[in-house]
Design a protein around this ligand. Structure first.
Ligand code: FAD
Length: 395
């Protein structure tokens, strides 16, 4: 028998569950469909199992989007504080790590439980293990053919996320559906993802795997982040590298300042005066991991000698290397390990107030499937909550 509901939400992830609960509280009969076995799988593994569920500094400036203003409306209507209030109402204990990032004290499962409880209270029906075979537009809404039968709805919300982590069931469904209805989809690529290095660089740095240092990394477009960099056996990772990966394009170089926050030429001059007889390796080894300093010397990137022996051009070269070490990655680890997908459904196609398609009334896109991608640090969940919440008021 054909099911009939007011709203179908495709995707029981962060944005879909938030949207479903809101629509349910408005008295809409809501059915959430997901092809996975369990809801919220990405939430469960997020933030190292503790879910960095929001960032108290979340504002449109922390998001990449072809229209940098698009996210303003949703982020203003459902703020980080709104999600914090919700978490507190559900008794979720949390703590702030660096830079406004809020994590669960216990487990990311608490966030999934929160969303499922909200959906339960709002009378939402959740159906997993369901493949969507086809979607048809009808005069009064939509008809979906699924592996569990047909369903009709007045409003259809697409919350199927991006392409990152295909092992967790990520699919391009949302993009294809947008295209089916004539909506433009901007090219997608992996974001918040570790870099791989060319074979020679990989081999040169392989024995430093596990070494971490505070850096300021810049992309060619001038974007810069100051956070930790981690050298891995495949390349470069850590928050600094994940952040800058969203601003990097194939073939481009990264400039890495390994003594961030310092006037490096002036610091070198001070060191020459204070420790003229000490070797550069000794002095730098007090500021940076010793193995890293030794590697730079072993590779001939830095010359080691007592500080008083450096002439002015040599000191300038040391300053240049420490402040603007140039690394040209081979690529990234791609969707396999990326936290997010850049690009997606073009925001020009959507109302920023409702997330509804301008061309197809009743069709909504929320969360990561939309061309809005946050920095690392809880911003992506805040977008999922905000866009899902907004759509939930209208769908
Ligand atoms: P998702 O949460 O991915 O949900 C999409 C849902 O759609 C899934 O349940 C999926 O099964 C379903 N689906 C997909 N295709 C279909 C289909 N064809 N038919 C039916 N259902 C389908 N962000 C943060 O802000 N903080 C973090 O700590 C953080 N950590 C992360 C860690 C990892 C390892 C990863 C991969 C991502 C992390 N993110 C984090 C990003 C964050 O998880 C996503 O941005 C967010 O989950 C996007 O929400 P969404 O609702 O758009 O999509």
């Amino acid at each position: 028998m054909m099911k009939q509901v007011d709203v179908v939400v495709i995707g029981a992830g962060a944005s879909g569950l938030m949207c479903a609960a809101q629509a349910g509280y408005r008295g809409r009969q809501v059915l959430v469909l997901d092809n996975a076995k369990k809801p919220g799988r990405k939430i469960l593994i997020s933030g190292g199992g503790r879910c960095n569920f929001t960032n108290v500094q979340a504002g449109h400036q922390a998001y990449l989007c072809a229209n940098p203003h698009f996210s303003k409306s949703a982020l203003a209507r459902f703020t980080a504080q709104d999600f914090i209030d919700l978490a507190e109402r559900h008794g979720v204990n949390y703590h702030e790590k660096a830079l406004g990032q809020l994590f669960c004290d216990e487990s990311a499962k608490e966030i999934v439980d929160l969303l499922l409880t909200e959906c339960d209270w709002a009378g939402v029906t959740l159906q997993t293990h369901t493949e969507i075979l086809a979607v048809h537009k009808e005069e009064e809404g939509f008809r979906l053919e699924t592996s569990q039968g047909e369903v009709r709805c007045a409003s259809l919300v697409v919350a199927t996320g991006g392409l990152s982590m295909p092992k967790l069931g990520a699919t391009p469904f949302g993009y294809r559906l947008a295209e089916q209805f004539g909506l433009s989809v901007l090219p997608t690529r992996a974001g918040l993802v570790p870099f791989t290095l060319h074979q020679a660089d990989k081999e040169a740095f392989a024995d430093l795997a596990g070494v971490s240092l505070d850096v300021e990394v810049s992309a060619e477009d001038g974007t810069r982040f100051r956070e930790a960099m981690l050298i891995t056996h495949r390349g470069l990772s850590g928050p600094a590298m994940l952040q800058i990966s969203s601003f990097w394009l194939p073939g481009q170089a990264l400039r890495i300042n390994v003594l961030p926050g310092r006037d490096i030429p002036a610091t070198l001059q001070e060191w020459v005066k204070a420790y003229p007889a000490q070797e550069l390796k000794t002095v730098l080894g007090r500021e940076l991991p010793k193995r890293f300093v030794e590697k730079l010397m072993e590779l001939g990137l830095l010359v080691n000698q007592p500080l008083r022996q450096y002439n002015a051009p040599e000191l300038a070269a040391v300053a240049e290397l420490l402040g603007r070490w140039t690394v040209r990655p081979n690529g990234t680890e791609g969707y396999r390990t990326a936290e997010v997908t850049l690009g997606g459904v073009d925001t020009d196609e959507l109302s920023s107030k409702t997330m509804e398609s301008r061309k197809v009334p009743g069709l909504y896109f929320v969360g990561e499937v939309v061309d809005v991608t946050g920095w690392l640090g809880g911003y992506n969940f805040q977008w999922a909550w905000a866009s899902g919440w907004v759509a939930g008021q209208f769908c």
